[in-house]
Design a protein around this ligand. Structure first.
Ligand code: CTP
Length: 413
């Protein structure tokens, strides 16, 4: 098991605003998720949070001064800004945004922002009138055209007693935006606009299973199936793009797992069930894996040999039905459980029965009979079976099926 994001290094610039206290929660959350956080405080930020508390939570030295001789000798501010995988400014005050837009470099924070070759994500926080001020909006437009990513601000009651946009995004939303930006930077060139906060699944956690499972016969042989993992991978990507935190539990698929999600690799159905359980709680679960229905009950610890004579006889035991298991959980049941049904005959009738039998909310039914080319192919012709009826979708690329499904999940959550 391992995560793609683990060890990513975030250079976190904390600006001087009342929202700086939320950055402490952000540091804690980032650390819990396995990120490294290198904190930088502006002079004004020190009025709101102490360097000591920031250093203690981050488990790293706090960087505060541009002209710190020892540090300049050891690594220098250029190095500091380059070593990061992502630069996050939270809170980004009106002043910091103005400095960024104007290209100033008169303190450590602004110098790092000028010197970095990495993506920058800002989480603005200020009084609503300051946010709406033409100067801030002008700076925002400049930052957008410079390719700066943004999360928030959110709307609500503010510390100053006014109401409107200006509150810094909640730490969990910033975390989701970080995941999104990091995931993107490694795969396709950045396509999304700066309105990261508009992603409807930010703050939601979805578990996705994908790929085949393999069931050992002996240490060198196994039973498996033709699943490529293409549809499950596309679903995980689509959910990620809508801002979800995705735990991607995958058997040995031929399609590589997506960037920007937590990848948990498993082999057998038993391991997959355990990994799904460990990933809970979740807001939704999408079970796209082709789980082997049976495992070999008389698997041997030593390689079976031909010279023993006779033919081996395999005995089977039933694997756990992960979809049925997760659907029938009580307190830990995700709000929405989605399963797949690969059928060759009476697709709708069989899938509808499967939905009721396993107590699943939605079933994505597909026709996998020979000639459809679904297995390992680029397209999929599916019907979505819901409580309220059946929706038949046209033949679509797997990525488009995934996008439609992710949008439906976002609506449901
Ligand atoms: N599934 C699962 N665990 C299993 C078997 C299936 O989670 N041990 C999930 C798949 O990920 C998919 C759905 O159940 O979402 C597909 O079920 P399927 O294998 O088609 O149905 P079965 O109940 O095994 O019925 P049959 O094979 O007889 O059609």
């Amino acid at each position: 098991m391992g995560t793609v994001m683990q060890g990513s290094r975030i250079l976190l610039i904390i600006g001087g605003g009342i929202a700086a206290y939320k950055s402490l929660t952000l540091i804690r959350d980032l650390k819990r998720e396995g990120f490294r956080v290198v904190p930088v405080l502006t002079r004004a930020a020190e009025e709101f949070v102490t360097p000591l508390s920031v250093a203690a939570l981050a488990g790293e030295d706090v960087h505060r001064y541009l002209f710190d001789l020892t540090r300049e000798a050891q690594m220098g501010h250029i190095q500091l800004s380059r070593d990061a995988d992502l630069v996050v400014v939270a809170p980004a005050t009106a002043d910091l945004m103005a400095k960024m837009a104007g290209g100033h470099a008169n303190d450590l924070a602004s110098t790092l922002l000028m010197a970095t070759d990495k993506q920058v994500l800002i989480a603005p926080a200020m009084n609503v009138r300051m946010w709406n001020h033409p100067a801030t909006q002008r700076n925002l437009a400049l930052l957008r055209s410079d390719g700066i990513q943004r999360v928030g601000p959110e709307e609500g009651d503010m510390a100053c007693g006014e109401f409107g946009p200006g509150r810094m995004a909640e730490p969990e939303h910033i975390l989701a935006a970080i995941r999104l930006v990091l995931g993107r930077s490694r795969s396709a060139p950045l396509r999304l606009g700066p309105e990261v906060a508009a992603r409807p699944l930010i703050g939601k956690h979805v578990v996705v299973t994908s790929g085949p499972t393999i069931e050992p016969i002996d240490p060198v042989r196994y039973i498996s199936n033709h699943s490529s993992g293409a549809q499950g991978t596309a679903i995980a990507e689509a959910l990620r793009d809508l801002g979800a935190k995705v735990s991607f539990v995958t058997g040995p698929a031929t399609v590589p797992p997506p960037d920007g999600v937590e990848v948990i690799r498993v082999q057998t159905a038993d391991e997959m069930r355990a990994a799904v359980e460990a990933a809970l709680p979740a807001d939704a679960a999408v079970m796209a894996a082709a789980v082997a229905d049976w495992k070999v009950a008389n698997r041997t610890e030593h390689k079976m040999k031909k010279d023993k004579g006779g033919m081996p006889v395999l005995e089977f035991a039933e694997n756990p039905d992960i979809l049925a298991w997760v659907s029938q959980l009580k307190a830990r049941r995700p709000k929405l459980v989605v399963g797949f049904a690969a059928e060759t005959d009476d697709v709708i009738a069989n899938a509808t029965a499967k939905r009721l039998r396993k107590r699943v909310d939605w079933i994505v039914a597909n026709d996998v009979s020979t000639g459809t080319g679904t297995f390992g192919g680029a397209d999929n012709t599916v019907s979505l079976i819901l409580d309220s009826g059946v929706e038949s979708w046209p033949r679509l690329g797997k990525a488009e099926v995934a996008r439609r499904l992710a949008n439906r999940i976002a609506e449901a959550l």
